[in-house]
Design a protein around this ligand. Structure first.
Ligand code: T4K
Length: 403
């Protein structure tokens, strides 16, 4: 392991980087290779590769069982799943969403010419603030999409009440929240429907994939039609649909991953606890907390950097980490409202989003997952401690490097 005693040992001062190869946020969790390969051989032998094959059916069944939800509909990715869920529940006009989310949440609406109206977040939970949501309701509002950012449940109960009171549809973007609970109940059981992502970087992955989960029988039937072009049988299309199907290789990966969920959580939890210990007491570096009373997947290790106390900004710290080959990320910088087409459509949106802007400028997502171990966590933490402890020197050095 690289010796890192003082600021001069950092790679930005010309020393060798801490890691030869990049250490990523979001390196995929992979379950038993043997089981996966056996399943892939099996599906090749069967020559049934997609279109509601046996593995997709099994994956949906196991997923629904795991979440304690009536229906799980596997999809090609969470963005298409969101688009389908939005259409299936009949959203139109305006829909209230946080801006502090991955761009897909907003795009899934705008793609269908529905206006995403951005509501501000709670600065502590990073999730959309119910009072901000209520303030944004207009006669054109048809629904709310809450996002369980970092897998921490958003204000599910308050949002449910607001939706009931104003007769609005309620969806949850649960892309981060596979295997997480709220009030002891698994995420997946709330609102009209919830959408999970199984993208490669997610806690459970199917290479690319997603699912709509719901307890509503009618919605289930509608979504199943919609994700398969509206086919109700051979030669019989009874609805407007698209292609949202999951393929068999993805489902095989999903089933295999489901069998290793406990192991994934254990590794993530261990990394998180190690970061907690290693980052403790650094002024201006605050690690996000998980509620120990709920189930969590610990897939995101999120630090907030207070530039006034560390002497360097989050962005400067990112440069220091990248020079060491630690590819920490600035999710969800700069916020959807500062990306196109929203930046042009709503140039002044930021005025109503002060917490979003502040959090987006401070958040740093650190590497974890099953390909990250104690060495990477301890070294990453050490780099942060050394850099934050000598903020002024780092700032000056970075300025000379960029001039
Ligand atoms: N809603 C929310 C709240 C979401 O966060 C997302 C996706 C969605 C909806 C939409 O879900 P999907 O339609 O994708 O199912 C990544 C993911 O691509 C994206 O799925 C995810 N959120 C978002 C938070 O992160 P990028 O632009 O950061 O991806 P990229 O390619 O930079 O990868 C991230 C890191 O992971 C890199 O450091 C490299 C590493 N990586 C990535 C892949 C794909 C690997 O090590 N191996 C890999 O195979 O968006």
């Amino acid at each position: 392991m690289k010796q890192l005693e003082s600021v001069k040992d950092l790679a930005i001062f010309g020393r060798e980087p801490a890691f030869e190869k990049p250490v990523h946020v979001g390196k995929p969790n992979v379950g038993s290779r043997q089981q996966l390969m056996r399943r892939i051989e099996d599906l090749l032998d069967r020559r049934w590769l997609t279109n509601a094959g046996p593995y997709v059916i099994e994956f949906e069944k196991r997923l629904a069982q795991f979440l304690g939800v009536k229906h799980a509909i596997a999809m090609c990715n969470a963005t298409v799943a969101l688009e389908i869920a939005i259409r299936a529940v009949g959203l139109k006009g305006e829909v209230i969403v946080p801006s502090f989310t991955f761009i897909a949440t907003a795009h899934a609406l705008q793609w269908q010419e529905i206006t995403p109206v951005f509501a501000d977040i709670d600065p502590v939970t990073h999730n959309v603030a119910p009072e901000a949501v209520e303030r944004m309701i207009t006669p054109r509002t048809s629904g709310i999409i809450g996002v369980h950012v970092w897998g921490r449940p958003c204000a599910v109960d308050a949002l449910t009440q607001i939706a009931r009171k104003h007769k609005l549809k309620l969806l949850f973007d649960a892309a981060h929240a596979m295997a997480c609970s709220h009030g002891g109940k698994m995420i997946g059981n709330f609102g009209d429907a919830e959408v999970l992502s199984f993208h490669a970087t997610k806690f459970l992955n199917t290479f690319e994939g997603g699912a709509i989960v719901t307890n509503d029988d009618d919605l289930n039937a509608k979504v199943r039609l919609m994700k398969n072009f509206g086919f109700a049988g051979y030669d019989n299309v009874i609805y407007l649909g698209t292609n949202g199907k999951m393929n068999e290789v993805s489902a095989a990966m999903g089933i295999t991953g489901l069998e290793s969920l406990d192991e994934f959580v254990a590794v993530n939890r261990c990394n998180y606890d190690c970061y907690r210990k290693e980052l403790a007491g650094i002024p201006g570096v605050e690690l996000m907390q998980y509620d120990g009373r709920e189930r969590g997947n610990y897939q995101y290790v999120v630090a907030e950097i207070d530039a006034e106390r560390t002497g360097i900004s989050r962005d400067e710290l990112v440069k220091v980490l990248h020079a060491e080959n630690v590819l920490a990320r600035r999710y969800f910088y700069p916020g959807c409202h500062r990306m196109e087409p929203y930046r042009s459509l709503f140039p002044n949106a930021g005025v109503l989003l002060p917490n979003t802007e502040r959090v987006a400028s401070r958040v740093l997502v650190l590497p974890t997952g099953t390909s990250v171990g104690e060495n990477e966590v301890r070294m990453t933490s050490r780099i942060i401690r050394v850099a934050a402890g000598a903020g002024k020197d780092v700032k000056v050095k970075l300025a000379t490097l960029s001039s």
